[in-house]
Design a protein around this ligand. Structure first.
Ligand SMILES: Cc1ncc(COP(=O)(O)O)c(C=O)c1O
Length: 401
């Protein structure tokens, strides 16, 4: 196979206003003096996106008129074909509602389908903008904490059932695959989860933004494909943005098979005043379509590269730092690591990682109280960067304990 990509290539991202690398962002998030940490935090990859994506945007760029635009129909066709091919999900074009991001969509869904004071269930530790969307909109978080079993996390259905019965519980935000614990939920788990929610009239928001980043041996099941009942009671968020590293282009979609829910959300989107009510962007749609249509081989190769990075991280950290546990990576490129058994409390651990190892990671407690003592490593970077980070973590911790 001819490859015009090289995931080993280290690319200088300085001066590109990259949120992950920008010194002003690093110091705002991690504190003064942390401007130059090596960033393995926010979920963004240090790889060039597929060439086909750049070419498609260049072609449109040459036209030199970038006025109000519709979402190019090629986007819908490409998305439908991708989900049919990769996920055996037959999406009807009428179900698609474009959005400049899944996070904004979660916020306007919460606004539309719950009232202030209502409760929204999340499965902690989980992607922290879920909690923010609930709190910032005056709703209450109802935690259904995940449970640890051996090398992986599982859902607690007994607790879910209890929480779902709360009369103020209105919706649940499912993270599938799960960021940060790296789980790809099985059909069986999703069935149990969905049945409990539907029985208790809980609307399911299924955030499947990581659904294409599945490690060898695992299979992602799109929630609405399980049954017509699941499809009618859920809203699913998808995007090419994580898969192909296009997050700056602000193009995502929510899939809503239930026509009443779709109608209500469309009016909510109009209320928010998105341009032409399209909720996406000219270049974002073109880029995503090109990726879906032309970059499947790039993605397959990426997954192998990420899996090799994961094996390197797990074997190196666990052999060099006894007591450290690296959880299985079934999906996403975000690895969940437990440092809590080391003789360092979590505050000291953060200090060692940032002030001595000089790396920026998402700290476990950002994802919920039960994440304390854990760190999330973003391994979507050239191996040389990952090696540099892992080596400094090991030598700094060895010095500190
Ligand atoms: C689970 C999850 N949902 C959503 C997002 C971000 O979505 P968007 O950029 O489309 O708002 C991320 C980014 O890391 C994520 O991990």
């Amino acid at each position: 196979m001819y490859k015009d990509w090289d995931f080993d290539k280290v690319i200088d991202r300085s001066g590109t206003a990259s949120m992950k690398w920008e010194p002003s962002v690093l110091s705002a998030i991690f504190g003064k003096g942390k401007e130059n940490l090596l960033p393995l935090w926010v979920a963004d990859m240090d790889f060039e996106c597929p060439t086909a994506v750049r070419k498609a945007m260049e072609k449109r760029l040459e036209h030199q008129i970038y006025g109000y635009s519709l979402i190019d129909p090629v986007y819908f066709k490409a998305l439908i074909s991708w989900y049919r091919r990769r996920h055996q999900w037959e999406i009807d074009e009428n179900w698609i509602s474009t959005t400049p991001g899944i996070v904004p969509a979660i916020n306007y869904i919460v606004q539309r389908f719950s009232n202030p004071g209502d409760k929204v269930i999340i499965q902690t530790p989980v992607y922290y903008p879920f909690a923010k969307a609930i709190n910032n909109n005056g709703r209450q978080i109802l935690e259904n904490p995940l449970q640890i079993e051996g090398d992986h996390y599982k859902m607690n259905f007994v607790d879910l059932e209890k929480k779902a019965k709360d009369p103020r519980a209105k919706m649940v935000i499912l993270c599938s695959p799960h960021n940060p614990v790296g789980r790809v939920w099985t059909k069986d788990e999703l069935e149990q989860f969905g049945e409990i929610c539907i029985k208790n009239n809980i609307l399911i928001i299924s955030d499947e933004i990581h659904c294409d980043l599945i490690m060898p041996g695992f299979k992602h099941i799109c929630f609405p494909t399980i049954s017509e009942e699941f499809a009618q009671n859920s809203i699913t968020g998808i995007a090419a943005s994580k898969t192909f590293n296009l997050a700056g282009l602000q193009q995502s979609s929510i899939i809503i098979p239930n026509a009443n829910i779709k109608r209500e959300l469309t009016s909510q989107i109009e209320n928010l005043g998105f341009a032409n009510s399209i909720g996406g962007t000219l270049f974002g749609a073109i880029a995503a379509a090109a990726a879906y249509n032309e970059a499947e081989a790039w993605l397959d190769d990426l997954i192998d590269y990420l899996n090799d990075n994961f094996i390197y991280l797990k074997t190196t950290l666990e052999s060099q730092l006894p007591g450290v546990k690296v959880y299985d990576l079934q999906g996403t490129y975000l690895v969940w690591v437990d440092f809590s058994k080391l003789e360092l409390n979590s505050q000291r651990m953060v200090q060692v990682l940032e002030e001595d190892a000089r790396i920026a990671l998402d700290h476990g407690d950002w994802f919920g109280k039960n994440g304390t003592g854990f760190e999330r490593f973003n391994i979507a970077c050239p191996r040389a960067i990952l090696e540099k980070a892992v080596e400094s973590v090991i030598s700094s911790i060895k010095k500190a304990i």
